[in-house]
Ligand binder design. Sequence first.
Ligand code: DGL
Length: 263
Amino acid sequence: MKPIGIFDSGIGGLTVAKAIANRLPHVPLIYFGDTAHLPYGEKSPELIQYYASRISHHLRDQGCRIMVVACNSVSSNALHAVQDALGPKIPAIDVIAPVIQEAIKRFPGGRIGVIGTRATIESGHYQELLKGHGCEVTAMATPLLASAIEEGFHEGSVSDALLEAYLGGGTFDEVDALILGCTHYPLITSQIRAFLPDHVAVIDSSIVVANSVAEALSEMDEEKSGKANQRFIVSDLTPSFSMGAQRFFGSEVHLEESPLWDF
Ligand code: DGL
């Protein structure tokens, strides 16, 4: 069975990979984290498009039959570059479209908040899609959160101080739902909830995206077999990425290094 390709700027997309592995344990997957170039959230759209295109070619050449863009910064700035690189036969599933569907189904015409990297929020992609569905949107870039979480500063005083700085002013107190527009944020979902009034729903993309992948595969009429092979590749392997990967995936992960980039 051909694998699902999944990629992110680094190891944050492992939250999405985990949800997919739980939902579809019989489907092989190849994960690629571009640890040599993160954070994408601080890069220009042009550079994100270049990286995303190179990675998509690489995963296509590994035989992937569907591509999951497990990064909001890529999904909002470079989805067309991914699809161009893959060609018409390999569908790309991004982390934004399924979440927008979920938000408008649960809160039609509602007041929706979104937080994410600078690249994601400045692209205006979430805002445009949500407004196009009649929602009122409040968006905020929360650029320090992803690096703090990646450093292991989650569920503690450092992430609490950052959340106080970003959310403490009450910007999202009146929304119906807050979308976590970065694949790193599921690690601090409960902390984020603590900074919001009880009526605000928090929408995390990982499970919603895993359901979309399952749907796309059932349309491809895939046969099911036992537990499948999973490969986890990064473009720069360090001990801290190895440790971080266990945290994001929630169980042991063996990272391999790929010589995809020439330095
Ligand atoms: N995981 C990336 C995202 O969802 C953010 C990390 C980065 O800035 O590279 O946008």
